[in-house]
Design a protein around this ligand. Structure first.
Ligand SMILES: C[S@@+](CC[C@H](N)C(=O)[O-])C[C@H]1O[C@@H](n2cnc3c(N)ncnc32)[C@H](O)[C@@H]1O
Length: 204
């Protein structure tokens, strides 16, 4: 399989149906203060120090959007699921954040450009991730960055995208690509995990 073809073996969930209980998972809802704090600290280290424009693609219920907004950033979230977008809007009500319904692969942001493209657990499920990354590169301002949190989940029938093919896809699009393992920090997941989980921070 070539990098660009690194596609799915799983079946896409019905995200509208999943929305109501999505936040029940510790790393989704970030309700446990220790889990929340672990994600907040990582996010702070991945995002620019100055207040920035963050595009959260496949934002789900907006949990990472909320952490970014709490850290002083302006957030635009995009999700294809109307139910997810409704929950994200409610979660960030009163914050400097807007949520749009649309395709993460071609976000409906017009000519707007961003300092950060933030994506957690979404890229792996999009057809042709290489083409998608090239499109996202065009949404970044000069010096902007990708913050991509992905992994390979499960051991019997694993799904996802390993770090290596993802960094190969990013190499021609970024000046610097850094991979951080997230498998060894149980606080992020609310439990110990054995599969491959990581973040890639790539500066354009
Ligand atoms: C596993 S959830 C991750 C949600 C969020 N990023 C987080 O980490 O909490 C995947 C999300 O991506 C959204 N999604 C999947 N494919 C999409 C697409 N092509 N365009 C926009 N959203 C998509 C789903 O609706 C769902 O909200």
């Amino acid at each position: 399989m070539t990098n660009g073809e690194h596609a799915l073996t799983g079946t896409e969930p019905d995200w509208d149906k999943a929305a109501a209980t999505f936040d029940d998972e510790p790393d989704h809802g970030l309700r446990d203060p220790e889990v929340r704090q672990a994600w907040a600290a990582r996010l702070r280290s991945w995002l620019p120090e100055r207040a920035s424009d963050v595009l959260d693609l496949g934002c789900g219920t907006g949990s990472l959007s909320l952490l970014a907004a709490e850290q002083g950033h302006r957030v635009t979230g995009v999700d294809r699921s109307a139910a997810m977008v409704a929950l994200a809007r409610a979660k960030l009500a009163g914050r400097d954040a807007v949520f749009l319904r649309g395709d993460a692969a071609a976000p409906p942001v017009g000519e707007e450009r961003f300092d950060v493209v933030l994506v957690r657990h979404v890229l792996w499920a999009l057809p042709d991730p290489g083409r998608v990354l090239r499109h996202w590169r065009g949404l970044l301002r000069p010096g902007g960055r990708f913050v991509l949190i992905e992994g390979v989940w499960g051991t019997v029938s694993p799904v996802g995208i390993p770090a290596e093919p993802l960094t190969s896809l990013l190499a021609p699009l970024a000046l610097e690509v850094r991979v951080e393992s997230l498998s060894d920090d149980p606080r992020l997941w609310g439990r110990a995990v054995e599969d491959e989980r990581y973040a890639v921070v790539a500066t354009a």
